[in-house]
Write a protein that binds this ligand. Structure first.
Ligand code: ADP
Ligand code: SF4
Ligand code: MG
Length: 360
């Protein structure tokens, strides 16, 4: 008997499928470089990205977002798990087998200052993908680069300028032009606007949005808070210490968040409407993210969660669907907006804190 492939309502297959993805960075000691431990940067991720959609990935600094991005673009070798692109296993493809795939998957980096070589002209930077992939263009590389510059809202005359002559926002546009040069299918943008002035963040996010519909791109956009990606993401994955703790479509996640960590991240997003502002509880997460070298037992969030009970300390909650909402999955024993997974357990930290609640 053949088992039919899992498909969506439209019958499309995922562009990218990640199962059990793991990246542990070894920690070595002494001249023999004996391994004494590992940074569990990414510790078992399962998700799919459908053609044409935008998956937003959020979480605090150090939770493994960039490592995840570098794994799916194959800039890093995974420790375990599987990465499939258009149904093909690319998990351990070598450099030469990966070369044709490099065209299809591109990355936009966080820092537009360090990601562009200061000694190269804009023309050299944006044409690099053509040279590396030995791609001939119809009207020559220069014309192709100038078209790309126009596409991202820069002037073709910028061809001979150097990165230092541009503002942060313009530099990120150069990085975007470079990423789009070979017409990739998937673009992974790692905090593309975090290093930019708040006043121009929206412009760059809107540019990415426009380019998506124009070029039929699929995005994975990484951010450290929920405000930047709210308007551009179709679905959102929330990461904590190397794991996805909640994944859902945008309406479901913002309307009925289930993981306490998601509600905490959400309460940090400013509310523009002053009437609504007074109604909302502000949750301040206290304490730092624990070390990914020895993550907490059970639920990794239990050291900071105000709902934590004994079961949270001992049993790791699986990432599962708890409500009929299609595709909304959460890893929590005592979720918000959903039936309790471990009823009868009383919170031990409720009195002592783990967070503080205040009316904002
Ligand atoms: N090359 C590396 N070697 C060792 N540890 C690393 C390396 N890259 C990242 N890490 C560690 O992995 C964890 C996750 O890092 P990262 O993926 O950059 O998180 P994020 O992008 O969410 O801030 C951090 O603890 C970081 O210090
Ligand atoms: S499983 Fe327990 S500790 Fe983890 S988020 Fe849910 S309530 Fe909090
Ligand atoms: Mg990062």
């Amino acid at each position: 008997m053949t088992i039919p492939q899992q498909t969506t309502a439209e019958g499309a297959e995922p562009l990218l499928k990640v199962s059990g993805l793991v990246k542990h960075f070894p920690i070595t000691k002494g001249v023999l470089r004996r391994q004494v431990g590992a940074v569990k940067a990414v510790d078992g991720l399962d998700f799919e990205v459908m053609p044409g959609e935008t998956l937003g990935v959020v979480g605090e600094s150090g939770c493994g977002k960039s490592t995840m991005g570098r794994l799916i673009t194959r800039l890093l070798e995974p420790t375990g798990g599987k990465i499939e692109f258009e149904g093909r296993d690319i998990t351990h493809l070598g450099t030469s087998a990966m070369r044709p795939r490099r065209r299809d998957v591109q990355m936009i980096f966080q820092d537009p200052y360090s990601s562009l070589n200061p000694r190269h002209t804009v023309g050299t930077i944006v044409s690099a993908p053509f040279r590396l992939q030995k791609v001939e263009t119809e009207h020559g590389t220069k014309k192709a680069v100038q078209d790309l510059l126009e596409l991202v809202g820069l002037s073709p005359e910028h061809y001979n300028r150097y990165p230092h002559e541009f503002s942060g926002g313009q530099r990120q546009r150069i990085g975007i032009a470079r990423a789009l040069a070979l017409k990739p299918k998937l673009v992974v943008a790692d905090e593309p606007v975090s290093a930019l002035d708040v006043s121009i963040q929206a412009q760059v996010v809107n540019l990415l949005d426009d380019l998506q519909s124009e070029l039929g791109l699929t995005y994975v956009i990484i951010a450290h808070d929920l405000s930047v990606i709210r308007h551009v993401s179709d679905r959102i994955a929330v990461m904590y210490l190397g794991k996805i703790v909640e994944i859902a479509d945008r309406e479901s996640l913002y309307g009925k968040p289930m993981h306490p960590y998601t509600t905490a991240l959400m309460s940090a997003v400013p509310v523009p409407d002053p009437k609504r502002r007074t109604q909302r509880k502000r949750i301040l997460l206290t304490g730092d993210v624990p070390s990914p070298i020895s993550p907490p037992s059970g639920c990794r969030f239990h050291t900071r969660c105000w709902k934590a009970t004994e079961v949270c300390r001992t049993v790791e909650p699986p990432l599962i669907a708890l409500t009929p909402a299609a595709g909304h999955r959460v890893a929590c024993h005592h979720p918000e907006n959903a039936p309790d997974q471990a009823p009868g357990e009383t919170s031990a930290t409720a009195a002592t804190g783990g967070k503080s609640v205040e009316s904002a």
